[in-house]
Design a protein around this ligand. Structure first.
Ligand SMILES: C[S@@+](CC[C@H](N)C(=O)[O-])C[C@H]1O[C@@H](n2cnc3c(N)ncnc32)[C@H](O)[C@@H]1O
Length: 420
């Protein structure tokens, strides 16, 4: 039995695309499980895997990437609190219903609770359902004791408000926050995983789709979009906005929050599980204007565009090809947007603005290596280019290079301090 059969099993069972988690990860997980069981032959391990659900869970535990931290992508939590602020003062006590999938070790759903409690929501009006496939991650979420790795970034004031120090760098989350979150084990691809249709005000599905192949991404988005109430918000990871755009979800303008608003009035019908899911937009894209737009994004990383530090050069000021390229990218027409960007670079020579936009376009189209290259070129030309620093940080985060991402954020912060 070769590794390919195990990879096929993982893809069919949990959606994992072995290429997306990195070379050798699945092979090492299998070798680790065989060692733990004292099984020498891959065939014998395969038989065991097929026969024992407990072993299936063990292999899943060995390949999942539980990387997460509190207030990861803080803009999303700010956007959420802002989006529902007016509900707080409305008559009636209707709860805000949120879904976090995957929740990993709990940092994301607990951050939702902290952000909303801090925004004035009473705990009895918050219903947060959090799901993950990993029992180990959920057990840690249930304990709610966290170490330094869960607290990243400069502003940790929330920790003083919501945690109690246990010593030795460990922190216990308060019961008030824990009480807002219900933890469940679920596989988003399981046929019986169908959260109640149209019942959630916001769905957080961040940093999961990057580990799936295209068909699986479409299927997972379909399941979660169906759970969203009319007017609700779907948040994805920054590196996942391209997928939503390619499915015809239009982007809009809250910097960095990567959220899409559900504008339909009726729930999306449940998918027929036997049929393979294919989004119409993943077939050759029709003209952007003709595509259906069930969602209007209230934010995407694409829309994150701080004002340029200096006025554009005169030659560029007269040329609207970059704004036009942005508009095309916002509408999901990445090929045409790239062509315009390239033409701009040929006409005006290398410049950070155009290279950064090219990086955003590549990133939204799923070409992360090319995106990274474009951001690095922009930073070579203009080392303090804030937008490139920010996008590169997100990209490095998404590929697990936390140290590289931190470095980019520090550079951006230094630049902000020098130019308040
Ligand atoms: C990188 S974490 C993301 C956590 C959090 N959403 C965030 O952005 O910080 C990915 C999580 O996806 C979970 N996962 C992977 N495949 C899944 C599936 N098919 N169904 C549910 N959860 C899954 C893993 O167990 C892991 O905890």
């Amino acid at each position: 039995m070769d590794a390919a059969a195990f990879k096929r099993w993982l893809k069919a069972t949990m959606g994992l695309d072995a290429e997306a988690v990195g070379p050798g990860v699945v092979e090492r997980a299998i070798a680790g499980r065989m060692r733990a069981l004292g099984v020498a032959e891959a065939d014998a391990y395969w038989r065991r895997l097929q026969a024992q659900p407990l072993e299936q869970q063990e292999l899943i535990e060995a390949v999942v990437v539980p990387e997460t931290w509190f207030f990861r992508g803080v803009e999303a939590f700010d956007a959420l609190a802002l989006a529902f602020a007016s509900r707080l003062s409305e008559p009636g006590n209707a709860p805000l219903r949120l879904l976090s999938l995957p929740c990993s070790t709990g940092e994301e759903p607990y951050t939702l609770a902290m952000a909303l409690l801090d925004a004035g929501w009473p705990p009895q009006r918050l219903r947060i359902d959090a799901y993950d496939i990993s029992e180990r991650a959920l057990a840690k979420a249930g304990h709610a004791v966290y170490g330094a790795n869960s607290f990243r970034g400069g502003d940790l004031r929330y920790r003083d408000r919501h945690f109690r120090a246990l010593g030795h760098g460990r922190w216990q989350l308060s019961d008030a926050v824990r009480g807002c979150v219900r933890l469940h084990r679920a596989n988003v691809l399981a046929i019986d995983f169908l959260p109640e249709a149209a019942s959630f005000d916001a769905v957080f599905c961040r940093n999961l789709l990057i580990y799936f192949d295209q068909d699986t991404q479409v299927r997972a988005v379909g399941v979660l979009a169906r759970a969203l109430a009319a007017g609700g918000l779907l948040f994805v990871g920054a590196a996942e906005t391209g997928l939503l755009l390619s499915l015809g979800y239009a982007s809009a303008q809250i910097p960095m929050a990567a959220a899409f608003r559900n504008q339909r009035s009726a729930p999306v019908p449940a998918p027929a599980p036997q049929q393979p899911w294919r989004a119409p937009a993943l077939a050759p894209l029709p003209a952007a204007a003709a595509r259906p737009r069930p969602f209007a994004a209230v934010a995407t990383a694409l829309a994150a565009r701080p004002a340029p530090a200096s006025p554009p050069a005169p030659a560029q000021a007269a040329d609207d090809s970059l704004p036009q390229a942005r508009r095309l990218a916002d509408n999901g027409d990445f090929a045409q947007a790239e062509r315009l960007c390239q033409a701009h670079l040929r006409a005006h020579g290398p410049n950070a603005e155009a290279l950064c936009l090219l990086g955003v376009i590549y990133g939204a189209d799923g070409a992360d290596a090319r995106a990274e290259d474009a951001f690095r070129k922009a930073l070579y030309l203009q080392p303090d280019h804030a937008e490139s620093l920010m996008h590169l940080a997100l990209l490095l985060d998404a590929k697990g290079d936390a140290a590289g991402a931190r470095l980019m954020r520090q550079r951006a912060a230094r630049h902000r301090d020098r130019n308040p």
